[in-house]
Write a protein that binds this ligand. Structure first.
Ligand code: ATP
Ligand code: MG
Length: 570
């Protein structure tokens, strides 16, 4: 469902997607007293990524659309992997995307007492039992989708014994892995999740919120639906891998719900992107092993990484809006679609300026020494209100080394001996000679300028094929730029089962260039979050490492999709 690939302005998709349709129908039918309450349920065991952004846009978006509310619920049922650093990062990322949960910030750990009470009640009603087997033994008895499982030898324990053991599990009397609490459902069920699923396991690790209060922790399946219920969630929207869990979700919720209110699980297709891994386990590995500079490394598919790189929240939301939501497992979305949305938004908002990445000096021999004149530059031709800024021009300037060729091929419209080019916003210059070092490398280029050709003068109408960006040498500010490319060199890193995903990293995903020459206006405005287009080069934003003394810029994205071109795909 890719829409409006080439549209110029952000557009809200028309009509309702299938989830919105279900919600609209439920509201119309007056279900749950006409209430709409969704939730976004991240586990605080990593930073959010672009896949989570798809879920966030759905959970918060549908609530906004129909006047309902969306809770933020931290699904913190596994203390071993969870941390408050992640809680804080998750909050920041959701706010940055433009969504708010007001005072509805909840934690599955808030419900540990109620979940424990429910487990005790189920034991008393003969619906749960303590199993003393190892996880291997339990797995071996599970059976297969076509053959029934085998009952645990502990399945028919007395209620008293189960109650006593469960209490002692929580009191810390037993080791991790020595016992679990299981629901007594049906070891022959065609749904594997019904074959006496585990409700509680022993974990002796302090929890980031409840400390050492608990020694037993509920499994996802025993926590999620009930948490939805305790919070009054009406529509519990998640991704397709939870379809087979839905009957169990409903089974446990039924222990609590009645006809007047029951949460409902709805699943949509998850986002997979080319050249990207989205598994939190793998992302954590990249961070822990120092293969990237942190969760917010600008090459990471995390929301914080994209923000640091210069992606805008609007670009991400437009992208998600265009790919849409379906019930069909989509193999891969091209990362080019995301990049297209980023270029489209930056084109509309980025301030234009000049920077020379790989400089060579040009001396304009007939321009008076010691003179500086200011030329006016448009800040953004896409935005009539963006205004202009002035930029110094002088006798010595820098241009890109690539923009000069001593022996150019035909159709080289940049600078060459005896040839003319226009310096954007300033004069037409003509190359009269070069100076080389002992190895034959060009050190300086000599030119003359046509004083009548300055922008605005009649002589500027003269036809010249090429226009170059440039920076006045005397006024230029030195900076570093970080050029980013895709983190992985293969389209689907997760499909290469015979290879460790770390072998598939693109060795050229980060190239740092020093000695980049900035026009002063860019250096003066190099504040966090500012977006620039370096003319003819790409979109850049100051990195968090940037200082006024030494500006550091991230290239958010090149002006054109050179990767696809290089692959022969366009
Ligand atoms: P984990 O393996 O740790 O469970 P997870 O990516 O599922 O990883 P959660 O924190 O459980 O992480 O995810 C929170 C919500 O985000 C869930 O509702 C999940 O369905 C959704 N989500 C996660 N990944 C994607 C994705 N790639 N596309 C769409 N939604 C996603
Ligand atoms: Mg999950």
């Amino acid at each position: 469902m890719v829409e409006n690939k080439d549209c110029e302005t952000p557009e809200v998709s028309k009509g309702l997607n299938f989830v919105e349709q279900i919600v609209a129908d439920d509201l119309k039918a007056g279900k749950n007293g006409g209430r709409l309450n969704t939730r976004f349920p991240p586990e605080p065991n990593g930073y959010l990524h672009i896949g989570h952004a798809k879920a966030i846009c759905m959970d918060f978006g549908v609530a906004e659309k129909f006047g309902g509310t969306c809770n933020l619920r931290f699904d913190d049922t596994n203390p071993i992997k969870e941390d408050t650093e992640y809680v804080d990062a998750i909050r920041e990322d959701i706010h940055w995307l433009g969504f708010d949960w007001a005072d509805r910030e909840y934690y599955a750990s808030d419900y540990f007492p109620q979940l424990y009470d429910l487990a005790v009640r189920m034991i008393k009603e003969g619906k749960a039992y303590v199993d003393d087997q190892t996880s291997e033994q339990i797995a071996a008895q599970k059976g297969t989708p076509t053959t029934p499982g085998t009952d645990s030898p502990y399945r028919s324990r007395s209620v008293e014994e189960n109650l006593d053991l469960f209490e002692r599990m929580n009191a810390g009397e037993f080791e991790e892995g020595s016992r679990v609490l299981r629901a007594k459902i049906d070891m022959a069920s065609s749904n594997m999740h019904f074959r006496d699923p585990i409700m509680y396991r022993i974990i002796k690790h302090p929890h980031h919120r409840t400390g050492n209060k608990w020694n037993v922790y509920p499994m996802y399946d025993f926590a999620h639906g009930q948490s939805d219920y305790f919070e009054g969630v009406t529509h519990s929207i998640c991704t397709l891998e939870f379809v087979p869990h839905r009957p169990l979700y409903e089974y446990f919720v039924k222990e609590l719900a009645d006809e007047t209110y029951c949460p409902r699980q709805i699943e949509f297709n998850r986002l997979n992107l080319t050249y990207t891994v989205m598994s939190k386990r793998k992302l954590l590995q990249l961070v822990k092993e120092g293969l990237v500079a942190g969760w917010d490394d600008p090459r990471m598919p995390t929301i914080s990484g994209m923000r640091r790189r210069g992606y805008t929240a609007r670009a991400i939301r437009n992208f998600i809006d265009r790919i849409g939501y379906t019930k069909i497992e989509e193999a891969m979305i091209s990362v080019s679609l995301l990049e297209h949305a980023v270029r489209e938004d930056l084109n509309a908002i980025a301030t234009r300026g000049m920077a020379v990445i790989n400089p060579v000096k040009v001396v304009i021999t007939n321009y008076p020494e010691g003179t500086t004149e200011m030329v006016e530059m448009e800040n953004n031709p896409e935005d009539a209100n963006a205004g202009t800024h002035s930029m110094p021009f002088s006798r010595e300037i820098y241009i890109e080394r690539d923009d000069f060729m001593e022996n150019p091929p035909k159709k080289f419209f940049r600078l060459a001996p005896d040839g003319e080019v226009r310096l954007k916003g300033a004069y037409i210059i003509k190359c009269t000679g070069v100076k080389k070092d002992a190895d034959g490398n060009i050190e300086e280029i000599y030119c003359t300028y046509d004083p009548d050709s300055r922008s605005g003068l009649p002589g500027s109408q003269r036809k010249v094929k090429g226009t170059l960006h440039w920076v006045s040498a005397e006024h230029a500010v030195d900076a570093s730029v970080r050029l980013y490319d895709r983190l992985f060199s293969v389209e689907n890193p997760s499909a290469e089962a015979d290879k460790d995903f770390r072998e598939l990293l693109n060795p050229d995903s980060l190239v740092t260039i020093e000695g980049v020459k900035l026009e002063p206006f860019i250096a003066e405005n190099a504040r966090k979050g500012e977006k620039f287009q370096f003319q003819r080069i790409g979109y850049f934003t100051p990195d968090y490492d940037s200082t006024p003394e030494h500006p550091v810029f991230n290239r958010t994205i090149a002006l054109k999709d050179s990767w696809e071109k290089a692959q022969g795909k366009k």
